[in-house]
Design a protein around this ligand. Structure first.
Ligand SMILES: C[S@@+](CC[C@H](N)C(=O)[O-])C[C@H]1O[C@@H](n2cnc3c(N)ncnc32)[C@H](O)[C@@H]1O
Length: 199
């Protein structure tokens, strides 16, 4: 992932500040903008390797922190990790059993890019939808969600689906995302479950 981002200024800054990747700054921005993580929250991150968001989350909460990825995540003190596909239908039950309460779900998951824009965008949105399905299965009412997606024709459907399950849903484009990138984070706050919260 480091090579994809190049050794630009922010990458060097991340190394200097002890983060595993410059993605850390995106979550710090989201947190500053929307305050999604509270001091005692239990937080689950999907698509969490190599682990820079987990490092940030660990510093923001005294609750449990769990990272899930297709790839193993090198140990981080005070962080639990699981190797799994976020779309595995058995995953929500495993996570609920392990953590009990889940207050926040984050997903920075992204598919390997093929270079075919509309295909990649559709796969990214599908991952976002799977992350939303996971969040709906595990989140405590009142919980928060941050899910990475990409602007494009399938994106409004994902935003509407988040809107249907949270009291508020908005989008945020991080300054730390690459210039010209269509990467966007959907932030759902105050989970109401099901479709009861449709605006
Ligand atoms: C941009 S990286 C995440 C960076 C991470 N937030 C950090 O700060 O270090 C995207 C990750 O999504 C993971 N991923 C992609 N598809 C996945 C899936 N179906 N289940 C779990 N993880 C997935 C990839 O393995 C990759 O590690």
């Amino acid at each position: 992932m480091g090579s994809q981002w190049g050794r630009d200024g922010e990458y060097s800054r991340a190394v200097r500040e002890g983060y595993r990747s410059r993605a850390a700054y995106k979550l710090l921005e989201v947190q500053q903008h929307a305050g999604v993580i509270r001091r005692d929250d239990n937080v689950v991150e999907l698509g969490a390797a190599p682990g820079s968001w987990l490092q940030v989350v660990r510093s923001l909460t005294d609750g449990r922190v769990l990272g899930i990825d297709l790839n193993p995540i090198a140990p981080i003190e005070g962080v639990e990790t699981v190797v799994a596909d976020l779309a595995d239908p058995g995953l929500p039950a495993r996570v609920k059993e392990a953590l009990g309460v889940v207050n926040v779900v984050l997903s920075d998951a992204a598919p390997k890019l093929s270079g075919q824009r509309s295909y990649d965008q559709a796969r990214a949105v599908a991952l976002g939808e799977a992350a939303l399905g996971f969040a709906r299965a595990v989140l405590k009412p009142g919980g928060n969600l941050v899910v990475k997606s990409f602007q494009g024709e399938d994106f409004p459907g994902l935003l509407a689906a988040v809107r249907a399950s949270f009291r508020s849903a908005r989008t945020y484009q991080a300054r730390a995302s690459r210039r010209g990138s269509r990467e966007v984070y959907v932030i759902g706050k105050n989970f109401v479950g099901g479709d009861a919260g449709a605006e």
